[in-house]
Design a protein around this ligand. Sequence first.
Ligand SMILES: [Zn+2]
Ligand SMILES: [Zn+2]
Length: 265
Amino acid sequence: MDYSPAFEIAATSDRYVYPLFLFVIMLPIMPEIESLPEGASLQRHNLNHQAVEDYLKTIYMLAQDESPVSTSRIAEARGVKPASATSMIQRLAKFKLVNYEKHYGVTLTDAGEKVALEVIRHHRLIELYLIEALGFTWDEVHEQADILEHVISEKLEERIAAALNHPKFDPHGDPIPGKDGAMAWVDARPLTFHTLGDHLIITRILDDSNAELLRYLAELGLIPGAHIRIVAVAPFAGPITLEVGGETKVIGQKAASEILVKVDD
Ligand SMILES: [Zn+2]
Ligand SMILES: [Zn+2]
């Protein structure tokens, strides 16, 4: 199993100093829209590359649950009205980043998926880098990465990946796409699916944007890599009692549904 918890990487080391320096001096520099096709014409059409990347990323994520993705789900996820999501999607379709058919939904084209995976790679590498090199906590980094994912250059991305020894997972257990877009796959299911007495390992926390949830789980020791055992489940979808690091902890079904686990074998 090549799953290696992010936390095992040494926290501070000289090899981070140079990438950190690069990181800081390059922040104000907006990159060219090299990953987007027809970048110049995107700008002519008032299509902001950050908005384009955010939409493509959102569609990619939603498609993991159900594809094609409806425009209403995209609007909800972006926090915009359905009409503005639809108009954005029509523009993305014009640039051949998505396929869109009314009443059918949206799928990413190969070009759209490439952009989405590139942004997700940036996001997850940045999250890990902020923790390992700058001492951020795992509940702080998603917000930062959401901003920085759009502005780092390919060169900086490579340096961050190298400084972190080409990690396969981010601090929340989300797989980091490689340069080629390939991602590690872990056979994991929500904690709520498992039965009494199972020996489990936490692999991933689903909502890495929920800082409050992340702080709560960390307090309980429920982080990727932790070994746990289900001691009891109260009836009627009641609380789950867990054994974590020799201690007994109780969590509700809602929090448990955010925790992905695999069987410890
Ligand atoms: Zn994140
Ligand atoms: Zn994450």
